[in-house]
Design a protein around this ligand. Structure first.
Ligand code: SF4
Length: 340
């Protein structure tokens, strides 16, 4: 078989899918084969993180980043994006906090980008491909000049705010770095994340780590293509995994996790308050537990079903030790029925 034909059937890996492949092969679904994937259409969602990314893109395209006295214009772009999308910043979850963080961090982001020098050019949302390795990805921010290449991944969440960048983010950065090297012919001079919570966090560029990661990815992808896709549960990998509701290995492993964020059992009661939030009483082999503040409609219809509730927080016990444990839902919580 010709090499090109064989390659055509090899799935493309993005930094996100590659990181999933390395942490839990069973979680990887919907990989694209065939021609190089196209740049994703800009997101039109209105979450605070998406609005911040869109504002950054406008700030870069308008060349405002070049001038220290226009760093503050980033916040004007944030307001303009919100207005275009017909949302009030105050009504968006974390909208006001993100606004304050953008205002606080704009100068340090501008300074980081201007390190590339007066001849630098900056691009936001840059899609790069390595056709040979079948890797691709869209970078948040790429600044290039005679002095080198600055690779910056903008983050608004808690994951990038930890003192040590999590393994998932580090492997994503290494793939971005590889793509920059493959396309621009030189490794990034500076690579890292810009956390809206914590500012810039650099990650050293290492040629040997790059080769090791690529070898590991080739191996893992071949195994995945041969249907060798073990489920490897871990709190970080499972938290937002789309397969989580029906993934039994995950629910078995979760029983031993100290900070478990899920609960399964039979739904005994669902009481909806005037504010539309519902309290759920769930019973399983270890007893019963309340989950309060759950969003969503039609939860009463699940009474009697076996359910799995995800991304909830256990509350500290305040009453008698015999009281049922209390859990609190968050805005990202979800519930799934797994039978009655
Ligand atoms: S829920 Fe966890 S163990 Fe199951 S597929 Fe997803 S990441 Fe893997």
């Amino acid at each position: 078989m010709k090499e090109g034909v064989r390659q055509f059937g090899v799935p493309w890996l993005s930094p996100t899918s590659a990181a999933r492949l390395l942490t839990c092969p069973a979680s990887v679904v919907g990989l694209m084969t065939g021609a190089p994937p196209r740049s994703p259409a800009p997101s039109t969602r209105t979450s605070a993180g998406v609005l911040a990314h869109a504002a950054l893109q406008r700030w870069v395209m308008a060349d405002d980043w070049r001038y220290g006295d226009r760093d503050g214009v980033l916040i004007d772009h944030f307001h303009a994006v919100a207005k275009d999308r017909k949302v009030a910043v105050a009504a968006v979850m974390d909208g006001r906090v993100t606004e304050a963080r953008l205002e606080q961090r704009a100068s340090s982001l501008g300074e980081l980008m201007r390190q590339a020098g007066a001849d630098a050019t900056a691009k936001a949302e840059v899609t790069l491909h390595d056709n040979e390795r079948r890797l691709w990805g869209t970078l948040d921010l790429l600044v290039t000049s005679e002095r080198g290449v600055w690779l910056i991944d903008l983050k608004s969440g808690m994951d990038a705010a930890q003192s040590l960048l999590p393994a998932v983010i580090r492997s994503q950065l290494m793939i971005y770095s590889h793509l920059v090297t493959a396309v621009h012919g030189r490794a990034p001079t500076w690579m890292g994340v810009f956390s809206l919570r914590q500012g810039a966090k650099q990650m050293p560029v290492s040629q040997s780590d790059d080769s090791m990661l690529l070898g590991l990815l080739d191996e893992s992808r071949s195994a995945w293509m041969a249907n060798d896709r073990p489920a490897l549960p871990s709190p970080e990998a499972c938290r937002h995994c789309t397969r989580r509701p029906g993934c039994d290995p995950h629910w078995i492993a979760l029983r031993a996790w100290e900070d478990a964020d899920g609960l399964e059992g039979q739904l005994l009661r669902a009481q909806t308050a005037e504010n539309g939030r519902t309290a759920l009483l769930v019973q399983n082999g270890t007893g019963s537990a309340w989950v309060s503040n759950m969003r969503g409609e039609g939860l009463q219809e699940l009474v009697g079903h076996r359910v799995r509730v995800m991304r909830i927080r256990r509350r500290k016990a305040t009453g008698q030790s015999s009281d049922p444990p209390q859990w609190q839902a968050t805005d990202s919580s979800a519930i799934a029925s797994v039978g009655d």
